[in-house]
Write a protein that binds this ligand. Structure first.
Ligand code: HMG
Ligand code: MG
Length: 298
């Protein structure tokens, strides 16, 4: 039986914009997030406190947090790679901290310059300090299906990383098909393994749509009882340290699918579409979502 209600976590302002070549003005990012805040979303990942040399696009993280109009009903989250990032995030009064690492060595090294083993103590310190500061912490595991450097990922590798993150005290783990290679049989195999150790409520799925398989993977995840999905308006996004990684599954395409299946999200499709058109105008290029192609013709 499929879930009746699903939570969508919008990652467009962070995972989406981090990959853009031209710097988006802070005021445009703020307007983008303010518009997202009016759509019924209750969770927006708005930026990251990583090293500005690595991701110059999000170097204005603190200003974005300071300038957005916050709603009490919305959790405004940000990615944090280490203690330095956490200090900046707390200073900017982020609501929730997201730590991140990969299941595979190759991508972990390319993305955060550390081996998987070296990453655990760093994240442990971040989670400890974040919890002490009264923040909730979400964990991301990237390359859960395959890695651009190391090939296929074994589901047991993902379970092992998730166990370590939950031991640290994260409240939920988001499983990232970072390069969008996964197909439903692989997602099913991964979830089958994960659900031996964790409850469905502890898991979120984060699909990139590089090969057009993201929505199929969502349906497979729904049938396994997953009720949390990450997506980005317009299908923005891609990991700068995973060559060829296309955007996240588009929020409006995901909404269309879920709503037509009778699954509630509390989010207005129309508002999301208009916000996608807004950011498309700022970026000055056509975004890839299917719903937008229809809306543009109307
Ligand atoms: P590093 O160079 O190894 O860092 O980078 P370090 O710890 O050796 O520090 C070097 C210098 O950087 C020091 O300064 C630090 O203070 C400074 P110095 O003492 O030399 O003057 N520094 C910082 N400054 C500001 N903010 C910080 C910070 N950290 C160190 N946070 C590091 C290691 C992790 C920082 C770097 O590799 C990095 O920033 N990587 C970011 C990678 C990234 O943002 N990737 C994209 C997000 S992940 C993603 O998108 C996946 C996801 O979508 C899920 C999926 O799809 O799978 C979430
Ligand atoms: Mg991603």
């Amino acid at each position: 039986q499929l879930p009746k209600q699903v939570q969508i976590k919008e990652v467009g302002p962070c995972d989406g914009l981090q990959n853009e070549k031209t710097f988006i003005k802070t005021s445009d990012k703020v307007e983008f997030i303010n518009r997202l805040s009016e759509t019924g979303l209750d969770y927006i990942e708005i930026t990251s406190f990583v090293h500005p040399k690595w991701i110059p696009q999000l170097a204005d993280a603190a200003d974005v947090l300071k300038e957005i109009k916050r709603k009490h009903s919305i959790t405004y989250a940000a990615l944090v790679p280490n203690i330095r990032g956490l200090e900046r995030a707390i200073e900017a009064e982020v609501d929730e901290v997201s730590v991140f690492m990969s299941a595979s060595e190759g991508h972990n090294k390319a993305n955060i310059n550390k081996s998987v083993a070296e990453t655990f103590p760093i994240l442990k310190e971040v989670v400890n300090e974040a919890l002490a500061a009264g923040k909730t912490v979400r964990g991301y595991i990237s390359t859960v299906i395959a890695c651009p450097y190391d090939g296929y990922t074994q589901p047991k590798q993902v379970v092992r990383v998730a166990e370590k993150l939950f031991e640290m005290g994260i409240s939920e783990v988001s499983l990232g098909d970072t390069i969008g290679v996964g197909v439903p049989t692989q997602v099913d195999a991964l979830l089958s393994e994960m659900l031996k150790s964790f409850k469905a409520e502890q898991l979120a799925m984060h699909f990139h749509d590089t090969r057009g398989t993201a929505l199929a993977n969502v349906v497979t995840s729904l049938s396994r009882g997953i009720t949390k999905f990450d997506s980005a308006v317009g299908g923005l996004g891609g990991c700068p340290y995973a060559k060829g990684a296309a955007g996240n599954v588009a929020t409006e395409d995901l909404l269309y699918l879920l709503h037509e299946m009778g699954i509630e999200t509390g989010i207005a499709l129309e508002g999301i579409q208009q916000t996608a058109l807004f950011i498309e105008g700022i970026l000055g290029r056509t975004l890839s979502s299917k719903q937008l192609a229809i809306v543009r013709k109307e």
